[in-house]
Write a protein that binds this ligand. Sequence first.
Ligand SMILES: [Zn+2]
Length: 234
Amino acid sequence: MRSESKPSQRSGGNTYAISHASAALLFKKKYPRVGLIPLLIAAQFIELLWIVFTYLGIEHAHVGPNGIELDYIPYSHSIFTGLFLAGLAWGFGKSVRRTYVGTAISLAILSHVVLDLIQHDPNIALLPLAWGPRFGLGLASHPVADFLVELAFGVVCWKVYGGSRALLIGIVIFNVLNLPLMFSAIGIGSAVGNHAAVLPTLVLLGVLASGILVWWFGKETIIPDEPRGTVAAS
Ligand SMILES: [Zn+2]
């Protein structure tokens, strides 16, 4: 299966889980009545699809000399998939008279596509098909810039959200933990490459860990500015 990929063609790039989780903070700030957990799941929904599809062998990736090579990800990561899922979330929200929630969830889903388009090498399809144009600005190919941009993005999300100091420290630590992967400096390549289930498992752990971090240190920050305790003084 893996031999189908052309080694000459760069297909790397994997936005780090902490950046997607940090993006959820922006939507929590804008839509405070929506739970942080659904926003975190929405921001990572496309990655969760990728994990399931990779376990099933429908999509595939491996770790090569340049880091994670996403050889074949047209179903989870096409632009159409992101727009379709966002539309579905919005439409469902509207149908159950929860347009506010539906809008927040659909924007969080779209944030994944936008961040990945900046970060990935051109491997994001327009449509969920094996052929057709591939998009991606390829920030991942420049590890120093990638690290600085993703770190800055996390800090901006934290700042906009008005998070706690613990949340900031967590976001910075998680970004620093990505450094070995960004520079492919650790010898996990062969281990990951030889076992198809290892890479999606590592990504799943990253998604869970960063989601739990942002939820745990972010959950108490925003109090919805709704009138509370409107008990009529009779
Ligand atoms: Zn992704």
